[in-house]
Write a protein that binds this ligand. Structure first.
Ligand SMILES: NC(=O)c1ccc[n+]([C@@H]2O[C@H](COP(=O)([O-])OP(=O)(O)OC[C@H]3O[C@@H](n4cnc5c(N)ncnc54)[C@H](O)[C@@H]3O)[C@@H](O)[C@H]2O)c1
Length: 256
């Protein structure tokens, strides 16, 4: 007899599921038996990930979503309910950054979009998911923060600020939503091997440039998508039911 996965029968939405951490979270959740809605602005990547999950025998659907727009987040939640009848976990992973550069070189237009995608998305996820979680008697948010909020690097000022907001919102939401059995946790990854890497470096991904970042990570390597996915499985697993408001560094010791 095979044991059911740790997320057996749970339904998860993963924003930014078409690439990087999100793609890895989708794969790990599906392996543990969850049914997944892959939400992404990039339809080609989101559909590719959903098809790959289906090919492995998982139940998955893609929903093209801009997480900064209320109408689209509402449609995402409706699509998940129409397909699977419930939502147990909302992973707020979609995010972006300005390239590493002096703070005054980031335009106001870019700043507004950055806060829309990285911060307003948490508000919109709450607006559309909390009523569903309350009706169901519980649910969980997993927010992807960053070590940028704990040990900020120069050149990423406004991005760092968005992740600071993610951490404080995680704790604020956790304390307010606890009576509804809604858990809210965050993961703070260190700089990782994803398509965002060169944006954060502000330079090409050469061995010399990598070495500068590796020098600041005691375990001596960059974060990998699977590191973040494993932490997300932990927070989604009902076995962590007593854990809320936790912001977990997955950073090889960067924040020590
Ligand atoms: N890569 C790193 O070094 C690193 C470190 C710490 C935290 N993070 C955070 O991890 C999260 C995932 O980043 P990643 O490194 O996997 O990047 P990525 O670029 O590989 O993936 C991000 C995904 O989000 C999608 N996306 C962007 N804007 C969107 C929007 N408005 N609506 C819906 N989808 C949107 C993109 O299409 C992409 O598929 C982000 O929140 C990022 O800030 C990344």
């Amino acid at each position: 007899m095979t044991t059911p996965g740790r997320l057996h029968n749970l339904v998860a939405i993963v924003t930014g599921g078409g690439s990087g951490f999100g793609e890895s979270i989708c794969a790990a959740f599906a392996r543990e038996g969850a049914r997944i809605v892959v939400a992404d602005l990039n339809a080609a990547n989101g559909e590719r990930v959903a098809r790959a999950l289906q090919a492995e025998g998982g139940e998955a659907e893609f929903c093209r979503t801009d997480v900064g727009k209320s109408v689209e987040m509402g449609a995402l939640v409706s699509a998940a309910l129409a397909r699977f009848g419930r939502i147990d976990i909302m992973v707020n992973n979609a995010g972006m950054s300005h390239p590493n550069r002096p703070m005054l070189e980031v335009t106001e237009e870019f700043f507004d979009r950055l806060y829309e995608v990285n911060v307003k998305s948490l508000y919109l996820a709450a607006v559309h998911c909390v009523p569903v979680f309350r009706r169901q008697g519980g649910g969980g948010f997993i927010n992807i923060g960053s070590t940028a909020a704990v040990r900020p690097r120069p050149g990423l000022a406004w991005y760092n600020g968005t992740k600071g907001a993610v951490i404080l919102l995680t704790k604020s939401m956790a304390v307010e939503l606890a009576p509804d059995k809604i858990r809210v946790n965050a993961i703070n990854p260190a700089i990782a091997e994803t398509p965002l890497l060169t944006t954060f470096m502000g330079a090409p991904d050469t061995p010399e440039n990598r070495a500068r970042f590796l020098a600041s990570i005691p375990l001596g390597r960059l974060c990998r998508p699977a590191d973040v996915a494993n932490a997300a499985v932990f927070f989604a697993d009902p076995a962590s039911e007593f854990i809320t408001g936790t912001c977990l560094e997955v950073d090889g010791g960067r924040c020590i």
